[in-house]
Ligand binder design. Structure first.
Ligand code: NI
Length: 170
């Protein structure tokens, strides 16, 4: 496994529509393993292949429940429910944050590293991440959904409010 370089906003590869994966071979497995290592090193919740310069429909999403990465090849969102509005960031837009509204629950259909189709679903961060990563595969970034990046003060207020809410739920 090897770390790959994460490209940043402004690079062409982040604005392209990625091609489907047709070969479920060793090259794909190396890409997935490298992406997992790169994502873990960056301590992120998700990563899409175009973020490491590969224009293929491949992404990883952290499953909040199992705390493991789900490998998604040629993924599609097949059902959504509800709405959540919350903090979102991207490893390709370092140290910036915005508030984005996404579905509260998302179900996806995708292939695994051997080409077998499966379905996965999630809520909260996992649902947000499914949407965010799959958008990357069509050349879109979350920044298209925000009117501004949070200032340091807004970010601090948001995190404090979230902490207070979490404490209140316990
Ligand atoms: Ni991203």
């Amino acid at each position: 496994m090897a770390l790959r370089k994460i490209v940043e906003i402004g690079e062409d590869c982040l604005t392209k529509v990625c091609r489907p994966v047709t070969q479920f071979n060793r090259r794909l497995h190396v890409l997935l393993d490298d992406m997992a290592e790169t994502l873990a090193e960056a301590n992120g919740a998700g990563l899409a292949a175009p973020q490491v310069g590969v224009l293929r429909r491949v992404c990883l999403v952290m499953d909040e429940e199992t705390e493991e990465y789900i490998e998604l090849i040629n993924p599609e969102i097949i059902a959504v429910k509800g709405e959540q509005t919350g903090l979102e960031g991207c490893l390709s837009v370092p140290n910036k944050w915005g508030i984005v509204t996404r579905p509260a629950w998302v179900k996806v259909r995708a292939q695994d590293r051997d080409g077998n189709w499966f379905e996965a679903e999630g809520e909260g961060l996992t649902a947000r991440c499914f949407c965010h990563e799959i958008e990357h595969l069509d050349g879109h970034l979350y920044v298209e959904h925000i009117d501004h990046f949070l200032s340091e003060e807004e970010l601090r207020d948001y995190l404090e409010r979230e902490e207070a809410e979490a404490a209140g739920e316990e």
